[in-house]
Design a protein around this ligand. Sequence first.
Ligand SMILES: Cc1ncc(COP(=O)(O)O)c(C=O)c1O
Length: 364
Amino acid sequence: MPRPIQATIHSAALSHNLTRARQAAPDAKVWAIVKANAYGHGIARAFDGLRSADGFALLDLNEATELCALDWRGPILLLEGCFEARDLELCSGLGLWHVVHCNEQIDMLAAHKTQQGHRVFLKMNSGMNRLGFKPERYRAAWTRLNALPQVDEISLMTHFSDADNGKGISAQLAAFEATTHDLPGERSLSNSAATLRHSGVLTTRSDWIRPGIAVYGSAPDCPAHSAEHWGLQPTMTLASKIIGVQQLEAGDTVGYGSTFTADGPLTIGIVACGYADGYPRHCATGTPMLVNGVRCRMVGRVSMDMVTVDLSPVPGAGIGSDVTLWGRASNGVVLPIDEIAQAAGTVAYELMCALAPRVPVVVD
Ligand SMILES: Cc1ncc(COP(=O)(O)O)c(C=O)c1O
């Protein structure tokens, strides 16, 4: 029998969350962001739940090819554009749309021999200071692109650094608006946080939203708001079983480093899940976990293949009992992945992406 750990990707939840994003910006088309192998869910596994998207946005050419092999014939956008000149061959061949964020990419396009006009998204660095042209260089880039016979249509985009927090989007939005107000072309501005928190106040036209994390059921502005607050459902459940039980007495310790000491008699379960499965090692005693759908607390240190759980709230639990590390238990109780991410001092993005290859994954 294989080790009992398993991840489940919930297609209906993906579809539900995509609809939630669409409801927040009803006039916009939706790019489902599927970079990083659909935030660890697997592009092929997530595809069914996301097929109502208007397009898919990602980084990796292999992932774009995978989508085409799944018979997706709608738009695919390369969010970082081309890394080298020969990537443009694939863009021409597969009709991929691509971001242009620097002059070197414009040089590559200018030298590219193609009969196929390219659809490009010209990226502005409106304050994030990662990729894109600064506002004062943006119009010159647009003019250069506009003069190229290789370019069919130019859309305008930027990316917000603080849509999830109090700083907000107004300064970046003002920079974008001031530079682009009279340029033609579709606009794409909003990630999940901007879509859910700021769509109502976006003064700039938004033709394409770009939700990622919300589609995968995590609150983009956790801990200010929960996934439940935004009406999002978990799309990934990590589940396992108890494979051992220990009865502790007062003074007994648990696991490496003896970081937990029982202060009285205590039954603990040993769960087949550890950091080699993608469960974060930084989670400490107190991190929530469901046993048979009942909330319990982890005790001691996460080890490579095991974690330990206080079974006091579930007296009937023992070897073979179901454990939900995050996601939805079979009784319907939800343990939000955001709670585990917080306990580990990180974000749900990282946990999803870190699901280890050794964990078997099924789709429901
Ligand atoms: C350019 C761009 N757009 C959209 C997204 C989606 O962001 P989120 O997952 O926060 O919605 C990302 C993710 O980092 C991104 O890099």
